[in-house]
Design a protein around this ligand. Structure first.
Ligand SMILES: Nc1ncnc2c1ncn2[C@@H]1O[C@H](COP(=O)(O)OP(=O)(O)OP(=O)(O)O)[C@@H](O)[C@H]1O
Ligand SMILES: CC(C)(CO)[C@@H](O)C(=O)[O-]
Ligand code: BAL
Length: 286
């Protein structure tokens, strides 16, 4: 596996693969790779002949006071994992390579509606930063397909809309969330948790599962369900940011008639913000 740091080298390597008639898959990440990322690379290698991954901690998607500076950067270990998972090319650019003219005057891509609410409400500008960097990366790599995790459910919806609305000929694949045995969704930010915090963190997925189970049993008083489970989070020592039941495609608040639901949560454990979600298609369980 080759690692390149410039757009010029990236384009040359991808052009060589294209010249050999290869189908190109792309997996964008922020590094500090775990088994969740590896599932994306494995899916990419099943669907394409040449897998490109990127590692870039994108300052444009972090708000003031967020964890940009302390976000874990572990390039050597990440390279080893990507190699094992069947990645062919790693693009690991610097901030200057991605934003050579600085970020203030950078053209932005914004996806209205889907970017509002949920993580968009508590992280203003976050999805504009994501949509902008993903658009740039897509234009640099020009893949046939790209793989993203369902763990970042709203991000996946934003990216699907972006590709559709801007007529990008890229197939977007969403991969199921990889979890620890106790249910906690794998995330680079889990590394910030103390052992005590890590022990209580699975409550996040338990809360989602309990809501899903109640809905499957016919419970339709969503405000009551949410209030009850918010208490569970607080009792476990978390500070909920949001816990919501939404329509899985549009992300608008769910009404009782909706069958395709997603339950989404964000909660702080100390200073670490954990997110998770559970997709519940009632017709699939009928
Ligand atoms: N547990 C997981 N299962 C499947 N995909 C995942 C998982 N965690 C992250 N991903 C996906 O990996 C890609 C890169 O995400 P990122 O590098 O931000 O990892 P992360 O572990 O989610 O880190 P963070 O702590 O920043 O949320 C995204 O498409 C994301 O949805
Ligand atoms: C898609 C992404 C790599 C864009 O910076 C990031 O938001 C992430 O890791 O999910
Ligand atoms: N995994 C989403 C990227 C972020 O939290 O900034």
């Amino acid at each position: 596996m080759n690692t390149v740091k410039t757009v010029r080298e990236l384009r040359a390597a991808v052009a060589r693969a294209r010249g050999e008639g290869k189908r190109i898959a792309f997996v964008p990440t922020m590094g500090n790779l775990h088994s969740g990322h590896m599932a994306l690379v494995t899916k990419a290698s099943q669907r394409a002949d040449f897998v490109v991954a990127s590692i870039f901690v994108n300052p444009l998607q972090f708000g003031a006071g967020e964890d940009l500076d302390k976000y874990p950067r572990t390039l050597a270990a990440d390279q080893e994992k990507l190699l094992q998972a069947g990645c062919h090319l790693l693009f690991a650019p610097s901030v200057e390579e991605m934003y050579p003219d600085g970020m203030a005057g950078q053209t932005r891509v914004s996806v209205p509606q889907l970017s509002e609410g949920l993580c968009g409400a508590s992280r203003p500008g976050h999805f504009e930063g994501v949509a902008t960097v993903v658009s740039k990366l897509f234009n640099m790599v020009q893949p046939d397909l790209a793989v993203f995790g369902q763990k970042d459910f709203q991000q996946l919806a934003v990216i699907r809309a972006l590709v559709h609305d801007l007529n990008m000929p890229i197939q977007i694949i969403g991969e199921p969330t990889v979890r620890a045995e106790d249910g906690l969704a794998l995330s680079s930010r889990n590394g910030f948790l103390s052992p005590d915090q890590r022990a209580v963190a699975p409550v996040v997925y338990r809360v989602l599962s309990q809501i899903a189970e109640a809905i499957k049993q016919g419970q339709r008083d969503y405000p009551a369900l949410i209030a009850e489970q918010l208490q569970q989070l607080e009792a476990a020592g978390l500070r909920p940011d949001y816990l919501e039941i939404r329509h899985a495609k549009t992300l608008r608040p769910a009404v009782n008639e909706d069958r395709d639901l997603v339950i989404l949560v964000a909660a702080f454990l100390g200073t670490t913000r954990l997110i998770d979600n559970l997709h519940l298609d009632l017709d699939a369980h009928a």
